[in-house]
Ligand binder design. Structure first.
Ligand SMILES: O=C(O)CC1=NCN=C1
Ligand SMILES: [Zn+2]
Length: 424
């Protein structure tokens, strides 16, 4: 394989030196930008990063054999990373969206049998092929927006058979698609209608049957729970997260999305790698997350789509919580794959700076899914996952919002998107 030489970026955003621990407080602004920067890539791995003239001198005797991509006037960043998606699902819920536009709430729709239950019905009924194709289409769109690694949750099967089906499809996508997928078991997404009469029996099924089988098959690295009033209580969530830990699944938690419910506190108690949403997290919960090093994954696209106030990122960052960003891609509360738009919303609705949003959608997102040793920054030895944005500086990725500025995407040293088309 010829070396790949990505040259002369007007801004090369490296985030160098951030792989050991997630960035917190003012460190979230240290992007390690190199003006007129270049990257030398061999066999899918970054060999060197630095000013263009330094790399030209260092590799002078190999320039002739290298494939060169001229990024002059453009911005090069690490591949974006989405640490919270519900990627694998069937169907869509635009009719519910119009109900919410006329005043219905998320929980009213769910309690009336819609919401997650509607998607569960569609996902259970979908053939494996249909589910794979629908999810692949979304994954192609993620890639076109510069996202090179995504976390994908189950949670629309809500039975052992169908949860396994979702996770098997996520694995098949990981094996066949350029985008890397990190899987999370979310059997505790909701109590399915057939167990509405006995929620605790469903919790027992999750603990005694689903978690051990998912772990035995190696189909997930994380175990997540939707801890919310009317879904799962903190006590039920604690039991399922502890069961996941006993089976080697690291805890994650959908916490304090709709009302303060102790999710952030529980995340710190069980040693979760991340607590996600946090729109209504308490000060005490945020303090405990900071003390425990729990990453706060914020989802301003969800707040935007649910027409509610977004999480207070400033409060979390100032408290010392490492913050990451994600789309929460799902058919009910955040039907989008545009992580760049989420970065814009992080600035517009959550008080983050463009620099913090960039760190939150790269290295801190990588930490939130246990991949910071591999991706999330441009440093020698890391995977050559890069995006060339057709803007002169990283701020314009978010400032000039609602537009996809990703022009070229390089995954593992291979150009997989060019001029806005996917080449797989
Ligand atoms: O509504 C959905 O399908 C996804 C979701 N889970 C928790 N909040 C939103
Ligand atoms: Zn979610």
């Amino acid at each position: 394989m010829r070396p790949l030489f990505v040259r002369r970026a007007r801004q090369l955003v490296t985030l160098a030196g951030s792989s050991a621990a997630p960035l917190v407080k003012e460190k979230m602004s240290d992007l390690g930008i190199i003006e007129n920067g270049s990257v030398w890539i061999e066999n899918g791995t970054i060999v060197a990063v630095g000013p263009d003239d330094e790399l030209v001198r260092r590799f002078a005797d190999r320039l002739a054999e290298a494939e060169v991509i001229d990024a002059k006037g453009k911005t090069v960043t690490p591949g974006l990373i989405d640490p919270h998606t519900h990627l694998v699902y069937a169907g869509s819920r635009e009719h519910e969206w119009t109900m919410r536009l006329h005043g219905a709430t998320y929980m009213e729709i769910m309690n009336a049998g819609g919401g997650i239950h509607a998607t569960t019905k569609a996902t259970r009924e979908a053939s494996e092929e249909a589910l794979y194709e629908e999810s692949k289409r979304r994954l192609d769109q993620f890639l076109l927006h510069g996202v090179t690694t995504v976390e994908a949750k189950s949670g629309y099967g809500l039975s052992l058979e169908h949860e396994i089906k979702q996770l098997e499809i996520a694995k098949r996508l990981h094996d066949t698609h350029p985008v890397d997928i990190v899987s999370t078991f979310l059997g505790a997404h909701a109590v399915p209608p057939e167990w509405k009469h006995d929620p605790d029996e469903y919790v027992r099924l999750v603990i005694d049957e689903m978690i051990p089988e998912v772990s035995r098959r190696g189909l997930a690295e994380f175990n997540d729970v939707f801890c919310e009033r009317g879904v799962f209580t903190p006590d039920q969530a604690r039991r399922m997260l502890e069961a996941g830990k006993a089976s080697g699944l690291t805890p994650k938690i959908h916490a304090d999305e709709i009302e303060p419910y102790g999710g952030a506190e529980l995340a710190a108690e069980v040693g979760a790698i991340s607590a996600d949403h946090l729109l209504r997290a308490s000060d005490e919960g945020i303090r405990r997350m900071a003390d425990g090093g729990v990453i706060g994954v914020l989802l301003p696209g969800t707040a935007f789509f649910l027409m509610t106030k977004a999480a207070d990122a400033r409060r979390l960052i100032d408290a010392g919580v490492p913050v990451a960003l994600a789309t929460d891609c799902n058919p009910g509360s955040s039907p989008t794959v545009s992580l760049p738009l989420v970065m814009s919303l992080a600035c517009l609705h959550m008080g983050m700076t463009p620099a913090e949003a960039m760190a939150a959608a790269t290295i801190n997102a990588a930490h939130a899914i246990g991949r910071a040793h591999l991706v999330g920054s441009l440093e020698p030895g890391k995977k050559a996952d890069l995006v060339i944005f057709n803007v002169p500086n990283y701020m314009q990725i978010m400032y000039y919002y609602g537009v996809n500025h990703a022009e070229t995407v390089i995954k593992g040293g291979k150009v997989v998107v060019n001029d806005g088309k996917v080449y797989i």
